[in-house]
Design a protein around this ligand. Sequence first.
Ligand SMILES: Nc1ncnc2c1ncn2[C@@H]1O[C@H](COP(=O)(O)OP(=O)(O)OP(=O)(O)O)[C@@H](O)[C@H]1O
Ligand SMILES: [Mg+2]
Length: 428
Amino acid sequence: MTMTTAHTQDLRLRAEALFTASENLITESTSPEEITQLFHELKVHQIELQMQNEELRRAQADLHYSQARYFDLYDLAPVGYMTLSDKKLIQEVNLTAATMFGIVRSALVKEGISRILPNDNHQLIFYKHLKQCVESSAVQEWEMRLLRADGEQFWAHLQVAPGQNEECWLVINDITDRKNAEEKINQLHLEMEQRVTERTAQLKVAYQEMESFAYSVSHDLRAPLRSIDGFSLALLEDYGDKLDDGGKDYLRRVRCATQKMAQLIDDILKLSRITRCELTLETVNLTKIAEIIADELHSTEPERKVEFVIKKGLKVNGDSRLLKVVLDNLLGNAWKYTSSHAKSRIEFGRSKVDGKTAYFIRDDGAGFDTKYADKLFATFQRLHTEQEFPGTGIGLSLVQHIIHRHGGTVWAEGAVEQGATLWFTVGG
Ligand SMILES: Nc1ncnc2c1ncn2[C@@H]1O[C@H](COP(=O)(O)OP(=O)(O)OP(=O)(O)O)[C@@H](O)[C@H]1O
Ligand SMILES: [Mg+2]
């Protein structure tokens, strides 16, 4: 505005000077042609001035328009803007920021920044970031609560950047919705964790109850079973001559069934003991245990042609007594399920599976249909008949329990008549 006034005054002065000059230019000796020429000059100059004036007005209108646009953008930006003086006074505020704080813009201008900070602690945090911004001339950003005019607080993401003349620019983003959502998620997470802990504790109790029930039932069943078996034998021995062949056959079947049942009960007790006992961790030499088991297996059926290939130096951290049960069962199975072949090879080795160390026992025996690979580990589940290969179906169930207790996993691969490979890991 001042520029335009000065400019107009200047023009006026120059015009008057020109006029005076033109007056001085006209003397008695000035010819009429020269006077006409001078008038012409003055007229053209006046038109020129009018045109310049017009241009100036247009430029001013453009300037006003872009200033208004700038203020619209500034005021209605989706984030709050403030300019802070070096004395931490609010100098400029956009409309968005004023709305965020629930106050008219004029009531914030010239106020100290503490007006929007909930307490001393928040002031300390704010000033710390402001100081860092000034000292490092770098943008600082952080999240904190801010204070509305009605005393309510809201969560904001703040950015402070160095401005001109020791001013700072503050950008404020209301992140209340995001914070609420985060809080809700955290709350849900805590509730979930709480529920999982409760459920795990309940399951543990139920599991322990079930185990002690299974243990006592199995234990209590042994005595009557022994007596059925004992009296069947006594009957056969003492009164055998009074029975015909059919009667004796029935008695033999009773004895067979009771012995089978006693075996099942022993297996259940074994399983129960393994899940109850404490683990004693130490370095276990699996190679050595496997070699001893292989020798024992050979001595039970020396006529069989079975080659054991056991890798040297297989050592793990675990419970030696329980890991012996694992190898007993896996090598015992390999020995049993290769018995239908004239010659066989059983290998115990180590390999990497998905980046983890895994141990395997591979044989070239009867194998199994791989689609039942998961069923093998269920208690009393068998893929072969008693006539083909004897057994109760407890071995792999024991193996799985022990491996799980060591934090590992166990799985099987196989193909009918092409052998089986049982894999296990020890520890996570
Ligand atoms: N090496 C193997 N080759 C072929 N089949 C196997 C092998 N190991 C296990 N299986 C199959 O998995 C089933 C379950 O094995 P598991 O060791 O639990 O029971 P089992 O050997 O039948 O009886 P138990 O071990 O109680 O004497 C077996 O009945 C068999 O069908
Ligand atoms: Mg077995």
